[in-house]
Design a protein around this ligand. Structure first.
Ligand SMILES: NC(=O)c1ccc[n+]([C@@H]2O[C@H](COP(=O)([O-])OP(=O)(O)OC[C@H]3O[C@@H](n4cnc5c(N)ncnc54)[C@H](OP(=O)(O)O)[C@@H]3O)[C@@H](O)[C@H]2O)c1
Length: 186
């Protein structure tokens, strides 16, 4: 059965992008030689992303990827839903632009993703409002974060809403703390 997993990197103070929507703070985190052998948790993250059967993200996240890929074909083979109210620039690939302004629309979208994923997991890339809304509707199973050793003081929140979680796993992966939580359904 498909699991719906919010898999992302975050700052220690809970931001997935800084106030300028930049990820530079993430890419400048460096491993130390003594971190070698801590790669298992990051391998699991890569394996999750490779195995996902559907992807969902918001417009800001899509625009970031689009800018950084410089018009190259979409890097993921599986269907990707982009939530937006605008006409965003397209690239080649299975991209599905849509909006989901009501709970019913978000539930319908999730049902479409489950069908497309056909038993594989659904990767919620971000942002934090989409992940929190899926959790509120009982549609998010897991939050899996790689916590970078940096604080930002502001930016795009990891989870924009109240979500109760149950810890599943905590591992070091180089300079990152990889934490997995199950979403507690009320
Ligand atoms: N650290 C990481 O690993 C990581 C992972 C993911 C993202 N990020 C970064 O984090 C930031 C996230 O940005 P963000 O918090 O603004 O979130 P976002 O979800 O990427 O984008 C928010 C925008 O998406 C559209 N949207 C969201 N929900 C919608 C819905 N239900 N229906 C229709 N449109 C909807 C709206 O745009 P419009 O109405 O204007 O179309 C909204 O302003 C980005 O800078 C991204 O690059 C970092």
């Amino acid at each position: 059965m498909s699991r719906t997993v919010y898999e992302t990197a975050t700052s220690l103070d809970g931001f997935i992008a800084d106030q300028d929507n930049s990820l530079e703070w993430l890419f400048t985190v460096e491993s130390e030689p003594e971190d070698e052998g801590h790669g298992e948790a990051l391998d699991r993250t890569e394996e999750f992303i490779r195995g996902a059967g559907a992807i969902v993200m918001g417009a800001t996240t899509y625009e970031w990827i689009h800018r950084h890929e410089g018009g190259k074909p979409w890097p993921y083979q599986v269907p990707t839903w982009v939530l937006t109210h605008r006409n965003l620039p397209r690239v080649a690939g299975d991209l599905r632009f849509t909006s989901a302004d009501t709970d019913q629309e978000l539930q319908d979208l999730h049902a479409d993703m489950v069908r497309a994923a056909d038993g594989r997991d659904i990767w919620v890339v971000g942002g934090g409002r989409i992940a929190a809304n899926l959790a509120r509707l009982g549609l998010l199973d897991e939050v899996s974060v790689s916590v970078a050793p940096v604080s930002l003081g502001g930016g795009a929140p990891l989870l924009d809403g109240r979500v109760r979680l149950k810890p599943l796993e905590a591992k070091l992966a180089g300079p990152f703390a990889c934490l997995r939580y199950a979403v507690v359904r009320d």
